[in-house]
Ligand binder design. Structure first.
Ligand SMILES: [Zn+2]
Length: 190
């Protein structure tokens, strides 16, 4: 779920109360197994101020990660693994908005590409997007999903993109500016 553009991952477990936690990869909401979606939404809404304060911490942690040099092969493997879940979740979020359905999703560590869409409707994403702000990851997800409607970069294509992601240009610009630095973080062996 998202609140004020901050992505929140809900993790249910055997516990009795709700709590929020900031991790470098984002905000985690711990919830009891039986908590209803309404309860969770109300809790997040009540903690909006907390989220605003701590969102800057998430952003800082991400910025530090960007400057942190080469990733180890283990870290890349973790990003791919985590990426499968994150990309699936974001795709499921945007598919109904665009009225499309992708077929297969793959997540790889790639030195040049952020995402691609095959003629068969399979999508592929770069796991390094997990180290970028969540809006950047979303902008790439929306871009590739829109290729299921238009296999080109026509005005119609960008109309679809902006219809579900109005801030596309801003975050695409972020990727152009910071993307090369992110790609540098892959280990030499790939
Ligand atoms: Zn494209």
């Amino acid at each position: 779920m998202t609140e004020m553009g901050i992505r929140i991952k809900v993790v249910r477990s055997k516990r009795r109360s709700l709590s929020l936690q900031v991790k470098p990869q984002g905000v985690i909401l711990h919830a009891p197994q039986q908590a209803s979606d309404d309860e969770i939404r109300a809790f997040v809404h009540e903690h909006r101020k907390w989220l605003i304060t701590h969102a800057s911490r998430v952003a800082r942690a991400r910025a530090e990660a960007l400057e942190a040099g080469k990733l180890s092969p283990e870290e890349v493997a973790d990003l791919k693994e985590e990426g499968k879940k994150v990309f699936r979740e974001r795709i499921a979020h945007y598919e109904p908005m665009l009225g499309v359905r992708c077929r297969r999703v793959t997540v790889r560590a790639q030195k040049t590409k952020w995402g691609s869409c095959s003629a068969a409707g399979n999508l592929n994403f770069n796991c390094l997007l997990l180290l970028a702000p969540p809006e950047v990851l979303d902008s790439v997800v929306v871009h590739e999903l829109c290729h299921l409607k238009e296999m080109n970069h026509s005005a119609a294509f960008y109309r679809h993109v902006r219809s579900v992601f109005p801030e596309y240009d801003r975050w695409n610009h972020w990727l152009k500016e910071h993307g090369p630095g992110l790609l540098q973080r892959l280990p030499e062996s790939g």
